[in-house]
Design a protein around this ligand. Structure first.
Ligand code: GLC
Ligand code: CA
Length: 556
């Protein structure tokens, strides 16, 4: 694996709408982010990805773009964006934008023109088909529920494809003219000095054509779109072209949101000269998911978490770098999701952070993770904004759950859990806004907030700073960044342990992923405790006793 400039860094995701509101309209914005750059520098992050801030009707919170060349006025102006890039650079922080090009918004010029003239140039930017005897071309279900086909406005005899929401029509990547438009836009942004892109939902750009029905997986007669992805071949032609014509020219950093890639294609995605620099490891996040819907999901056990991480580590091996996460804007909070109920405390939060940071790959923090933000409480479906949660609520009701049961299941899984405003302090609206926040602040903000943790050396926040510092420490850097990962004691339940081995050093990470203490005999005596999430470590240099959720990084 060739070394790359970004390998040693720590990345951070900002969800702009919920990070910091500078003008008190209740919506986070670019000036809010600029005002917090010093904070991000203090934390130690050097790559910052912003979820979309382009012009958008916000049907899917900006993942429905109506103008790729402008900033949505709710988030600020192009001047603000330029300033953010420049101010980031001054602090050694590269700004990464979200590249959403599987689809745009139905309010984009291209789509409006396509509706005016479906047979014209812009009609070919989308997938528009004739209805046959009132029937749509195939039985695929969209990711957000319902058919992927929607009648084309003004043309009841035609329909257009949307793998996501109906306000997110899919762009036709088979059309070289469309691809040219996309590449021009990407390069326009890179010229501005962006460090790169996080690339949204990208596996979906290649469709299995011609349209065909598949065997249904629910009572609705439809099939999840992932089924068609199995039959879609040739995505590499598009992705290789995009790399060559855009990313490579600028040595840009790119993080792909990739699901369902074909096993044999994996090295092409993130190997040397891959389509992307890195891609997210979602294996643990996907544990326990059910085709039937969120209501049928089973909780992730510590052993499943460990096995998922190790599986991915082995897969990436020397091929490339995964980006490691415990959560993002599409997932519930990691500490609520992976730590068994009732055990969310500073110790267990630090343990999860340590595991994520000590895996091989790029650590990608999601805003608020560094202060241990948790899932919020929803007492009514009216408090939910997210379209996918609203759909899953309906799916749960259709499956026979009572409204209370349905709310409970979707509340645990809702994307809105991660989208509540950042908890800066214990003041009004957690210091996020003086206006009315677009999504209610998590009521636990008086207990969990940055201000109270900043001066507390034992806080989750200060612990994350230590994890980041360890990755940069000249003594440990080579091992933490590039050391081989070797799992140990995989036969022991609720234990996650592994070595990180480089030529100079060997580190041993041991996490007691349960409430009860446990004693462990080491294979060789340890020389030094590099990091410990508890005040002390009991035992000798060759036999240690870990408290519940204690994790240690030992030099052996
Ligand atoms: C990605 C985004 C998600 C969005 C979807 C459609 O999965 O992370 O937030 O809803 O793509 O763009
Ligand atoms: Ca604002």
């Amino acid at each position: 694996m060739k070394k790359k400039w970004w390998h040693e860094k720590v990345a951070y995701q900002i969800y702009p709408k919920s990070f910091m509101d500078s003008n008190n309209d209740g919506i986070g914005d670019l000036r809010g982010i600029i005002g917090k750059l010093d904070y991000l520098q203090e934390l130690g992050v050097e790559i910052v990805w912003l979820s979309p801030i382009y012009c958008s009707p916000l049907a899917d919170q900006g993942y429905d773009i109506s103008d790729y060349y402008n900033i949505d006025p709710r988030f600020g102006t192009m001047e603000d964006m330029d300033e953010l890039i420049a101010e980031g650079k001054k602090r050694g922080i590269g700004i990464v934008m979200d590249l959403v090009v599987n689809h745009c918004s139905d309010e984009h010029e291209w789509f409006k023109k396509a509706c005016e003239d479906p047979d014209g140039q812009y009609g070919k930017y989308f997938y528009i088909e004739d209805m046959k005897d009132g029937k749509v071309p195939c039985n695929w279900r969209s990711y957000f529920g319902g058919s992927v086909w929607e009648p084309l406005p003004g043309h009841p005899d035609k329909c257009y494809l949307h793998l996501f929401h109906k306000k997110q029509p899919d762009l036709n990547w088979e059309n070289p003219q469309l691809r040219d438009e996309i590449y021009t836009m990407i390069n326009w942004w890179l010229e501005k000095g962006l460090a790169g892109f996080r690339i949204d939902a990208i596996i979906n750009i290649k469709k299995a054509l011609p349209w065909r029905d598949y065997e249904t997986d629910r009572d609705d007669g439809m099939i999840k779109p992932q089924r068609m992805l199995e039959d879609a071949v040739g995505i590499g032609e598009f992705l290789g072209e995009m790399r060559d014509r855009c990313f490579q020219v600028y040595d840009a950093f790119t993080a792909g949101e990739v699901f369902n890639e074909k096993e044999e294609d994996f090295p092409d995605f993130i190997g040397d000269n891959g389509y992307f620099s890195t891609m997210y490891d979602f294996r643990a996040n996907n544990c326990g998911k059910s085709d039937k819907g969120w209501y049928d999901r089973t909780p992730v056990t510590p052993d499943q978490y460990r096995d998922s991480c190790f599986f991915s580590q082995k897969r990436a091996g020397d091929i490339g770098f995964y980006s490691n996460i415990i959560e993002n804007h599409d997932e519930p909070r990691g500490v609520s999701h992976y730590i068994p109920e009732g055990d969310q405390n500073d110790v267990s939060k630090k343990m999860l952070g340590t595991l994520m940071f000590m895996l091989k790959g790029l650590p990608f923090i999601y805003q608020g993770q560094e202060i241990g933000m948790e899932n919020t409480t929803f007492t009514s479906i009216d408090q939910i904004d997210d379209i996918s949660t609203l759909d899953e609520y309906q799916v749960a009701l259709n499956a026979g759950l009572t409204p209370e049961e349905a709310l409970k299941t979707v509340a645990a899984e809702s994307r809105d859990n991660a989208r509540t405003p950042f908890q800066w302090n214990d003041g009004v609206n957690a210091g996020f806004t003086e206006g009315t926040p677009w999504l209610q602040v998590n009521p636990n903000y008086t207990r969990i907030n940055l201000e109270s943790q900043r001066n507390d050396p034992d806080s989750v926040y200060q612990y994350y700073r230590k994890l980041i510092a360890l990755r940069k420490d000249p003594e440990y850097k080579e091992t933490v960044v590039y050391g081989e990962l070797i799992p140990v004691w995989e036969d022991q339940s609720n234990l996650m342990a592994f070595y990180r081995k480089s030529e100079e050093k060997t580190l041993l990470v041991i996490a007691n992923f349960r409430r009860e203490p446990r004693t462990i005999k080491l294979d060789t005596p340890y020389k030094k405790i590099v990091l410990n999430n508890c005040p002390k470590l009991t035992g000798t240099d060759s036999e240690i006793t870990l408290e519940g959720y204690q994790v240690v990084i030992l030099e052996v």
